[in-house]
Design a protein around this ligand. Sequence first.
Ligand SMILES: [Zn+2]
Ligand SMILES: [Zn+2]
Length: 241
Amino acid sequence: MAKKPAKSEEPEIEPVRYGEAEGGGCDHSGCTNTEAYRCLYRDRRAVDCSWVACTEHLRVVDGRGYCMRHAGVVDVLLMARRQGTEMLPPDLDDRCASLVRAVASDLNEPVLERLVRWGDTSTSIINDPSIRYTRSDRIHRDPGHWERVWGLATRTGILLRVGVRVEDPRPETVILTAGVTHLVATIPPWIQRHLKGDPAQGSQSELVERLAFQQQLLQALDEHVEKYGVTFPRSLLSAHN
Ligand SMILES: [Zn+2]
Ligand SMILES: [Zn+2]
């Protein structure tokens, strides 16, 4: 079990940040340590590593904690930088994260345009380009998932939280959420085609497919906002009507 450093009067030199402590414990095979930290690796497309490790199975590089695999990657990046070459962190190469990224990049502009329209002078827009992994939550029966989030907030809270996510048990299904409501959960047409073994349609019709899918998601979002608005208390009260 990793021990926390004992408190003393002397200033302790600690790593800048190990990462967020997570429930569920270390991901290292066979390790039972429950105190664990998230790997701080973020690839060039702003996809975060999903790995969580205890202090024994985490390696600190340059004051930041990483899983063993990414500590090695960061070593190489730092070495390259010292030699005068700036390299971008290589892709995580996770299928679910890639699908979230592809759909979110098509949605980004139209969603932002809507948030501007739906907001007013008292609201601000949340636009976090990173694709984060959230571990499964047994209490809320929420499986582990990758997600990209936009939102509309006031100083007192979030009025509207829009998410695109892909969950571990359903790696082909894209889910659009508004708050805790799942507006759409569907397999994008290009993946359906791939699953059926149909040949590629050519870039022109793939673009048409993507646009149609984008419209399907945006329409669901528009309908939700039309019905419930973007004020948090009202949507909460009318959710069961
Ligand atoms: Zn461990
Ligand atoms: Zn990692």
